[in-house]
Design a protein around this ligand. Structure first.
Ligand SMILES: NC(=O)c1ccc[n+]([C@@H]2O[C@H](COP(=O)([O-])OP(=O)(O)OC[C@H]3O[C@@H](n4cnc5c(N)ncnc54)[C@H](OP(=O)(O)O)[C@@H]3O)[C@@H](O)[C@H]2O)c1
Length: 282
């Protein structure tokens, strides 16, 4: 194995304490003895995508960055923020960036290009929908309520396990052969959302329903608890990425790690065993 990037300098891991992938990346790097700095609003120093004055301090003395834009790389304005952040990273002497991107998201391409053209060594992880959205993200509450309603029809998605993404990210920080590689990361199997919800129901011992809804219905549902412009944007994004463009498998995990990705059924069994789906909805 090659030595970690700038071995004594920390890796700034965005979302390092609570992010679905960032937390896993930070844990794995620390287990290998790589120093890690958490880059989130709860970090010390604090890092906030919405406050550029926090970026320089968070990057000070850092050797590499796991770059996760929140809430989504495809969001309007993300390219401006990522561009400013990467410029600051160049000034700080960062030597490697591993960027988390989204599969089939046209807007995310702008963020990818900024990183590719920065002059910093890069690896891009273009991921499909995370399995962990059902246990750690926006689909947990619907699972606990018993009904997952999405504008996804019967489209198939190759859900990826966040553990696999983290393993590829760690490989990219610790092995030079991943520099300049773009990995399309998917799980090993296409599942419709009805399939995924049924597998979670079976693993958790709960009766669950998947209800396909229109983009307009999804937008009004979101607008009950999110600002209207966010509801409009998220509904449009889901409609874009769930139109069938992503209904195929890619070999990124196999290429990067030399083994197949973890199956959704294994994820569902492991998540069920933690008890996360035993709770009742809030
Ligand atoms: N979820 C998916 O299925 C999926 C699929 C493909 C790609 N992606 C990409 O993954 C990225 C992250 O998405 P995610 O939904 O999985 O989120 P996540 O990584 O789980 O994000 C949560 C983290 O973001 C931090 N955070 C929240 N607001 C922040 C801010 N203003 N500044 C800095 N940190 C902030 C939170 O920490 P604090 O509260 O401490 O700040 C928390 O650690 C997006 O760019 C998305 O495009 C996601």
């Amino acid at each position: 194995m090659n030595t970690p990037t700038s071995s004594m300098k920390p890796v700034l891991v965005l979302g390092g304490t609570a992010g679905k992938t960032g937390r896993r990346v930070a844990q794995r790097l620390e287990a290998r003895g790589v120093p890690v700095r958490n880059g989130s609003r709860s970090g010390n120093p604090s890092f906030d995508w919405e406050d550029p004055s926090t970026w320089k301090q968070a990057l000070h003395g850092v050797g590499a960055v796991y770059l996760v834009y929140y809430p989504d790389l495809a969001m309007e304005g993300a390219d401006v923020a990522v561009s400013g952040f990467v410029e600051e990273a160049v000034k700080s002497g960062v030597s490697r960036i591993v960027l988390l991107s989204g599969r089939g998201e046209e807007g995310a391409g702008r963020g990818e290009n900024i990183v590719k053209n920065s002059g910093i060594e890069w690896t891009i992880l273009r991921a499909s929908w995370f399995a962990q959205n059902f246990s750690e993200g926006h689909l947990l509450e619907p699972v606990l309520e018993g009904t997952v309603a999405l504008p996804a029809g019967d489209v198939a998605e190759p859900f990826i396990d966040a553990d696999d993404i983290a393993n590829v990210a760690v490989a990219a920080f610790t092995d030079r052969r991943h520099v300049g590689q773009l990995y399309e990361l998917t799980g090993p199997r296409l599942l419709t959302f009805a399939d995924a919800v049924a597998e979670i129901g079976a693993a958790a011992g709960r009766k669950l329903n998947y209800v396909p809804i229109s983009a307009a219905e999804y937008e009004s549902m979101l607008a009950q608890y999110a600002p209207p412009e966010f509801a409009n944007w998220l509904s449009a994004l889901f409609t874009e990425v769930l139109d069938g463009r992503n209904a195929h498998l890619n070999d990124g995990v196999q290429r990067a790690l030399g083994r197949p990705p973890r199956d959704f059924a294994d994820y569902a069994r492991a998540a069920a065993a933690t008890g996360v789906w035993n709770a009742t909805a809030r």
